[in-house]
Design a protein. Structure first.
Length: 193
DNA sequence: CTGAAGATGCCCT
DNA sequence: GGGCATCTTCAGT
C-alpha cells in the first residue's frame, strides 16, 4: 500500500488519466476510511480543449488551482453535486483528470450511509455520485494528494478501453475526442447517455 | 448586485 | 426521455 508520490502526477495528462485506472482513492474522515478503485476517468487538456474550463488559458478563481502544481485537487460544483479532478500538467499548464467512477473496496457501510436507498452499483458510478458516497466536498479545493484526508495509493493494473467524453455537447470537435478511459467490463463504470 | 449557465442525477410519465 | 433541483462562479450592469 504505497502512496503515489508527486512524480506520478507529472506524466502527461492523457497518460495520467490512463495510469489512474486501477489505483485506490482513499478518503479518511470522521466516520472512518473509505477506499475505492478508480475505474473511469476523463482527461481535460486545458488551453487547447474547448470542453475544459481552462480553455484558452482562462484563469479565474475557479480554475486557478489547475495552473498550479499537479497532484492537487480541483473540485467544483455542478448543480447539486461536487465533481472531483486531479490537477495535471506542469505549473502554468491548466490541465486535469476528472474521476468519473470508483469501485468500493473498503468502507461500504459508510458509503451505504451516505447513499441510502441507492442500489449498490448506482452508488459510485458517476462523478457526482462518488463524491457524495465518499463525503468529498468543496472544502477539498486545492488539497494536496500527499496529505490526509484524501490521497491515492498504488492499486492494481487493469484492462481498459477509451471512448468520447460524457456530457459535453456544443463544444465543436472537442466532443469527440477519445479522452474518456474506463476499466473493461467493470460494473461500476458510469452509463452512457 | 443580478442573472445565466453548467464536465449531473433523480424522479416522473 | 424530459423536467428540475439548487449551488457556485463569473460577466455584465
Amino acid at each position: 500500500m504505497k502512496r503515489l508520490d508527486p512524480s506520478f502526477y507529472e506524466q502527461p495528462t492523457i497518460e495520467l488519466a490512463r495510469s489512474l485506472l486501477g489505483q485506490y482513492l482513499v478518503h479518511n474522515h470522521l466516520d472512518g476510511q473509505i477506499v475505492g478503485k478508480i475505474v473511469e476517468t476523463e482527461a481535460y487538456l486545458g488551453a487547447v480543449d474547448r470542453a475544459a474550463h481552462s480553455f484558452g488559458g482562462r484563469r479565474t478563481n475557479r480554475t486557478e488551482v489547475m495552473f498550479g502544481m499537479p497532484g492537487h485537487v480541483y473540485t467544483y460544483q455542478m448543480h447539486t453535486h461536487t465533481l472531483l479532478n486531479v490537477v495535471s500538467g506542469p505549473v502554468g499548464t491548466p490541465e486535469a483528470v476528472l474521476i468519473r467512477a470508483i469501485e468500493p473496496i473498503e468502507g461500504q457501510a459508510i458509503i451505504e450511509a451516505n447513499r441510502p436507498g441507492i442500489k449498490r452499483f448506482d452508488q459510485t458510478n458517476g462523478p457526482g455520485k462518488l463524491t457524495k458516497a465518499l463525503g468529498i466536498t468543496m472544502d477539498l479545493y486545492g488539497h494536496s494528494l500527499q496529505h490526509e484526508p484524501l490521497y491515492i495509493i498504488e492499486g492494481e493494473s487493469v484492462d481498459f478501453e477509451a471512448g468520447p467524453r460524457v456530457g459535453i455537447p456544443n463544444t465543436g470537435e472537442a466532443r469527440d475526442y477519445p479522452y474518456r478511459f474506463f476499466e473493461r467490463d467493470n460494473p461500476y463504470v458510469s452509463k452512457f447517455r
